[in-house]
Design a protein around this ligand. Structure first.
Ligand code: PAF
Length: 276
Protein backbone atom coordinates (compact mmCIF):
# COMPACT_ATOMS: atom_id res chain seq x y z
CA UNK A 1 0.00 0.00 0.00
CA UNK A 2 1.35 3.41 -0.97
CA UNK A 3 0.57 6.41 1.22
CA UNK A 4 0.68 9.62 -0.82
CA UNK A 5 0.53 13.00 0.84
CA UNK A 6 1.36 15.19 -2.16
CA UNK A 7 -0.12 15.42 -5.65
CA UNK A 8 3.20 14.25 -7.18
CA UNK A 9 3.24 11.17 -4.91
CA UNK A 10 -0.38 10.47 -5.80
CA UNK A 11 0.37 10.64 -9.54
CA UNK A 12 3.28 8.18 -9.14
CA UNK A 13 1.23 5.85 -6.95
CA UNK A 14 -1.88 5.76 -9.11
CA UNK A 15 -0.27 4.24 -12.21
CA UNK A 16 -1.45 5.31 -15.67
CA UNK A 17 -2.90 1.99 -16.81
CA UNK A 18 -4.88 0.93 -13.73
CA UNK A 19 -8.60 1.62 -13.33
CA UNK A 20 -9.10 3.14 -9.89
CA UNK A 21 -12.08 3.20 -7.54
CA UNK A 22 -12.02 6.00 -4.96
CA UNK A 23 -13.45 5.91 -1.44
CA UNK A 24 -13.38 9.50 -0.18
CA UNK A 25 -13.30 9.73 3.63
CA UNK A 26 -12.45 12.06 6.47
CA UNK A 27 -10.74 9.22 8.31
CA UNK A 28 -11.77 7.77 11.70
CA UNK A 29 -12.54 4.68 9.66
CA UNK A 30 -15.10 2.15 10.92
CA UNK A 31 -16.90 -0.91 9.56
CA UNK A 32 -19.06 1.31 7.34
CA UNK A 33 -15.96 2.56 5.52
CA UNK A 34 -14.67 -1.00 5.36
CA UNK A 35 -17.86 -1.95 3.50
CA UNK A 36 -17.32 0.95 1.04
CA UNK A 37 -13.78 -0.32 0.39
CA UNK A 38 -15.03 -3.87 -0.22
CA UNK A 39 -17.60 -2.59 -2.73
CA UNK A 40 -14.95 -0.39 -4.38
CA UNK A 41 -12.73 -3.45 -4.96
CA UNK A 42 -15.46 -4.94 -7.14
CA UNK A 43 -15.68 -1.89 -9.42
CA UNK A 44 -12.05 -1.36 -10.51
CA UNK A 45 -8.50 -2.77 -10.71
CA UNK A 46 -7.39 -0.98 -7.56
CA UNK A 47 -8.90 1.00 -4.70
CA UNK A 48 -7.72 4.36 -3.45
CA UNK A 49 -8.92 5.82 -0.15
CA UNK A 50 -8.62 9.53 0.53
CA UNK A 51 -8.33 10.72 4.12
CA UNK A 52 -8.83 14.45 4.53
CA UNK A 53 -10.81 16.37 7.14
CA UNK A 54 -12.10 19.06 4.81
CA UNK A 55 -12.30 22.42 6.60
CA UNK A 56 -14.45 23.86 3.80
CA UNK A 57 -17.47 21.75 4.81
CA UNK A 58 -17.44 22.81 8.49
CA UNK A 59 -19.05 26.07 9.56
CA UNK A 60 -17.63 28.18 12.38
CA UNK A 61 -18.58 26.60 15.71
CA UNK A 62 -18.90 23.07 14.27
CA UNK A 63 -16.66 20.15 15.26
CA UNK A 64 -13.71 20.68 12.85
CA UNK A 65 -11.16 20.90 15.67
CA UNK A 66 -12.42 17.93 17.63
CA UNK A 67 -13.25 15.73 14.60
CA UNK A 68 -11.49 12.40 15.36
CA UNK A 69 -8.12 12.03 13.65
CA UNK A 70 -6.85 8.44 13.86
CA UNK A 71 -4.36 8.18 10.98
CA UNK A 72 -2.33 5.19 12.27
CA UNK A 73 -5.44 3.09 12.88
CA UNK A 74 -6.91 4.24 9.53
CA UNK A 75 -3.80 3.09 7.68
CA UNK A 76 -4.08 -0.30 9.36
CA UNK A 77 -7.71 -0.61 8.26
CA UNK A 78 -6.74 0.31 4.68
CA UNK A 79 -3.79 -2.09 4.60
CA UNK A 80 -5.84 -4.99 5.93
CA UNK A 81 -8.65 -4.19 3.47
CA UNK A 82 -6.29 -4.43 0.48
CA UNK A 83 -6.29 -0.73 -0.44
CA UNK A 84 -3.60 0.08 -3.05
CA UNK A 85 -3.26 3.81 -2.46
CA UNK A 86 -4.09 6.07 0.47
CA UNK A 87 -4.17 9.76 -0.40
CA UNK A 88 -3.78 11.72 2.83
CA UNK A 89 -3.07 15.31 1.83
CA UNK A 90 -2.56 18.22 4.19
CA UNK A 91 -4.62 21.39 3.89
CA UNK A 92 -1.82 23.07 1.90
CA UNK A 93 -1.98 20.34 -0.73
CA UNK A 94 -5.75 20.51 -1.13
CA UNK A 95 -6.03 24.30 -0.84
CA UNK A 96 -2.59 25.70 -1.79
CA UNK A 97 -3.94 29.24 -2.11
CA UNK A 98 -6.11 29.06 0.99
CA UNK A 99 -9.88 29.04 0.70
CA UNK A 100 -10.78 28.58 -2.98
CA UNK A 101 -12.48 31.44 -4.81
CA UNK A 102 -14.24 29.17 -7.30
CA UNK A 103 -16.37 26.50 -5.65
CA UNK A 104 -19.10 24.05 -6.66
CA UNK A 105 -22.63 25.42 -6.24
CA UNK A 106 -24.86 22.58 -4.99
CA UNK A 107 -28.04 24.17 -6.40
CA UNK A 108 -31.36 24.44 -4.54
CA UNK A 109 -31.13 21.04 -2.78
CA UNK A 110 -27.93 22.29 -1.15
CA UNK A 111 -29.91 24.64 1.10
CA UNK A 112 -32.58 22.15 2.16
CA UNK A 113 -32.51 19.54 4.96
CA UNK A 114 -28.85 19.38 6.09
CA UNK A 115 -28.09 22.49 4.04
CA UNK A 116 -30.74 24.51 5.90
CA UNK A 117 -29.10 23.68 9.24
CA UNK A 118 -25.51 23.79 7.94
CA UNK A 119 -25.31 26.62 5.36
CA UNK A 120 -22.31 26.21 3.04
CA UNK A 121 -21.80 22.56 4.03
CA UNK A 122 -22.58 21.04 0.63
CA UNK A 123 -20.62 23.69 -1.25
CA UNK A 124 -17.63 22.51 0.80
CA UNK A 125 -18.40 18.82 0.24
CA UNK A 126 -18.90 19.13 -3.52
CA UNK A 127 -15.82 21.30 -3.93
CA UNK A 128 -13.53 18.82 -2.17
CA UNK A 129 -15.09 15.83 -3.95
CA UNK A 130 -14.65 17.57 -7.33
CA UNK A 131 -11.00 18.21 -6.45
CA UNK A 132 -10.50 14.59 -5.34
CA UNK A 133 -12.03 13.39 -8.63
CA UNK A 134 -9.62 15.67 -10.55
CA UNK A 135 -6.58 14.55 -8.55
CA UNK A 136 -7.23 10.81 -8.21
CA UNK A 137 -9.01 10.44 -11.58
CA UNK A 138 -11.07 7.43 -10.52
CA UNK A 139 -13.46 5.56 -12.80
CA UNK A 140 -15.82 5.07 -9.87
CA UNK A 141 -16.31 6.52 -6.40
CA UNK A 142 -18.16 4.87 -3.54
CA UNK A 143 -20.32 6.66 -0.95
CA UNK A 144 -22.58 5.47 1.87
CA UNK A 145 -26.33 6.02 2.00
CA UNK A 146 -26.06 7.30 5.57
CA UNK A 147 -25.20 10.71 4.12
CA UNK A 148 -28.12 10.38 1.74
CA UNK A 149 -28.37 14.03 0.70
CA UNK A 150 -24.61 14.18 0.16
CA UNK A 151 -24.89 11.11 -2.08
CA UNK A 152 -27.75 12.68 -4.08
CA UNK A 153 -25.79 15.91 -4.58
CA UNK A 154 -22.58 14.11 -5.57
CA UNK A 155 -24.56 12.08 -8.13
CA UNK A 156 -26.03 15.32 -9.47
CA UNK A 157 -22.61 16.95 -9.63
CA UNK A 158 -21.07 13.95 -11.40
CA UNK A 159 -23.83 14.12 -14.03
CA UNK A 160 -24.07 17.90 -14.41
CA UNK A 161 -20.31 18.47 -14.57
CA UNK A 162 -19.68 15.37 -16.73
CA UNK A 163 -16.97 14.15 -14.38
CA UNK A 164 -17.02 10.70 -16.00
CA UNK A 165 -16.96 9.16 -12.52
CA UNK A 166 -19.51 6.44 -11.77
CA UNK A 167 -21.04 7.15 -8.35
CA UNK A 168 -21.72 3.91 -6.48
CA UNK A 169 -23.87 3.86 -3.33
CA UNK A 170 -23.73 1.43 -0.41
CA UNK A 171 -26.46 0.74 2.14
CA UNK A 172 -25.91 2.12 5.64
CA UNK A 173 -24.01 -0.20 7.97
CA UNK A 174 -25.53 -0.40 11.46
CA UNK A 175 -24.52 -1.72 14.84
CA UNK A 176 -26.56 -4.73 16.00
CA UNK A 177 -28.89 -2.36 17.92
CA UNK A 178 -29.64 -0.35 14.76
CA UNK A 179 -27.45 2.71 15.32
CA UNK A 180 -26.01 3.83 11.98
CA UNK A 181 -22.20 3.71 12.07
CA UNK A 182 -20.66 7.15 12.07
CA UNK A 183 -17.26 8.56 12.99
CA UNK A 184 -19.15 10.95 15.28
CA UNK A 185 -20.62 8.07 17.35
CA UNK A 186 -17.38 8.06 19.31
CA UNK A 187 -18.41 11.42 20.84
CA UNK A 188 -21.41 9.72 22.53
CA UNK A 189 -21.38 8.83 26.23
CA UNK A 190 -23.16 5.49 26.96
CA UNK A 191 -26.42 7.21 28.02
CA UNK A 192 -26.29 9.43 24.91
CA UNK A 193 -25.76 6.40 22.73
CA UNK A 194 -28.91 4.84 24.19
CA UNK A 195 -30.82 8.07 23.41
CA UNK A 196 -29.44 8.10 19.86
CA UNK A 197 -31.16 4.76 19.14
CA UNK A 198 -34.40 6.75 18.86
CA UNK A 199 -33.30 7.95 15.42
CA UNK A 200 -33.32 4.48 13.93
CA UNK A 201 -36.36 3.59 16.04
CA UNK A 202 -38.28 6.53 14.58
CA UNK A 203 -37.31 5.63 11.02
CA UNK A 204 -38.37 2.02 11.51
CA UNK A 205 -41.68 3.08 13.07
CA UNK A 206 -42.24 5.40 10.10
CA UNK A 207 -41.43 2.65 7.62
CA UNK A 208 -43.87 0.31 9.36
CA UNK A 209 -46.68 2.87 9.00
CA UNK A 210 -46.03 3.24 5.25
CA UNK A 211 -49.18 1.43 4.12
CA UNK A 212 -51.32 4.03 5.98
CA UNK A 213 -49.86 6.95 4.00
CA UNK A 214 -47.38 9.79 4.36
CA UNK A 215 -49.07 11.50 7.34
CA UNK A 216 -49.05 8.22 9.29
CA UNK A 217 -45.36 7.70 8.52
CA UNK A 218 -44.44 11.10 9.92
CA UNK A 219 -46.70 10.79 12.93
CA UNK A 220 -45.32 7.32 13.87
CA UNK A 221 -41.74 8.56 13.56
CA UNK A 222 -42.47 11.77 15.47
CA UNK A 223 -43.94 9.95 18.44
CA UNK A 224 -40.77 7.84 18.84
CA UNK A 225 -38.59 10.96 18.70
CA UNK A 226 -40.89 12.75 21.18
CA UNK A 227 -40.45 9.91 23.69
CA UNK A 228 -36.75 10.89 24.09
CA UNK A 229 -36.58 14.17 26.00
CA UNK A 230 -32.77 14.36 25.60
CA UNK A 231 -33.08 14.48 21.82
CA UNK A 232 -33.26 17.82 20.03
CA UNK A 233 -34.64 17.24 16.52
CA UNK A 234 -33.39 19.44 13.67
CA UNK A 235 -35.71 17.90 11.08
CA UNK A 236 -37.78 14.86 10.25
CA UNK A 237 -38.83 14.84 6.61
CA UNK A 238 -40.36 12.47 4.12
CA UNK A 239 -39.14 12.99 0.57
CA UNK A 240 -39.09 11.15 -2.74
CA UNK A 241 -36.07 8.91 -3.27
CA UNK A 242 -34.38 11.72 -5.26
CA UNK A 243 -35.20 14.15 -2.41
CA UNK A 244 -37.85 16.02 -4.41
CA UNK A 245 -41.24 16.36 -2.60
CA UNK A 246 -42.62 13.07 -1.26
CA UNK A 247 -44.98 11.16 -3.55
CA UNK A 248 -48.54 10.31 -2.39
CA UNK A 249 -47.70 6.66 -3.06
CA UNK A 250 -44.59 4.64 -3.92
CA UNK A 251 -40.94 4.72 -2.91
CA UNK A 252 -39.86 7.49 -0.56
CA UNK A 253 -37.09 8.36 1.90
CA UNK A 254 -37.54 9.31 5.54
CA UNK A 255 -34.70 11.49 6.86
CA UNK A 256 -33.92 12.65 10.37
CA UNK A 257 -31.30 14.83 12.04
CA UNK A 258 -31.04 15.39 15.79
CA UNK A 259 -28.66 16.47 18.49
CA UNK A 260 -27.84 14.31 21.50
CA UNK A 261 -25.87 16.42 23.96
CA UNK A 262 -23.15 18.07 21.86
CA UNK A 263 -23.33 15.51 19.05
CA UNK A 264 -25.31 15.92 15.86
CA UNK A 265 -26.46 12.71 14.17
CA UNK A 266 -28.29 11.97 10.92
CA UNK A 267 -29.97 8.86 9.58
CA UNK A 268 -32.45 7.84 6.86
CA UNK A 269 -34.42 4.85 5.60
CA UNK A 270 -36.41 3.94 2.51
CA UNK A 271 -40.19 3.83 3.00
CA UNK A 272 -42.91 2.46 0.72
CA UNK A 273 -45.97 4.73 0.88
CA UNK A 274 -49.39 3.17 0.33
CA UNK A 275 -50.33 -0.44 -0.27
CA UNK A 276 -47.35 -2.46 -1.61
O1 PAF B 1 -18.70 11.77 3.86
C1 PAF B 1 -17.57 12.25 4.12
O2 PAF B 1 -16.78 11.66 4.85
C2 PAF B 1 -17.17 13.59 3.54
O3 PAF B 1 -18.25 14.46 3.46
C3 PAF B 1 -16.46 13.47 2.17
C4 PAF B 1 -17.38 12.88 1.10
C5 PAF B 1 -15.22 12.59 2.31
C6 PAF B 1 -16.01 14.86 1.69
O4 PAF B 1 -15.15 15.45 2.60
Amino acid sequence: MIVATTVAELRDARGADRVTALVPTMGALHAGHRRLIDVAHGTADQTAVSIFVNPLQFAAGEDLDRYPRTMDADLEVCASAGVAVVFAPGGDTMYPSGEPIVTVDPGPLGSELEGAVRPGHFRGVLTVVAKLFALVRPASAVFGEKDYQQLALIRQMAADLSTGVEVVSVETVRDSDGLALSSRNRYLAPNERATALALNGALRAGRQAGAEGAAAVLSAAKSVLASESELSVDYLELRAADLSPAPAAGGARLLVAARVGGTRLIDNLSVEIGEP
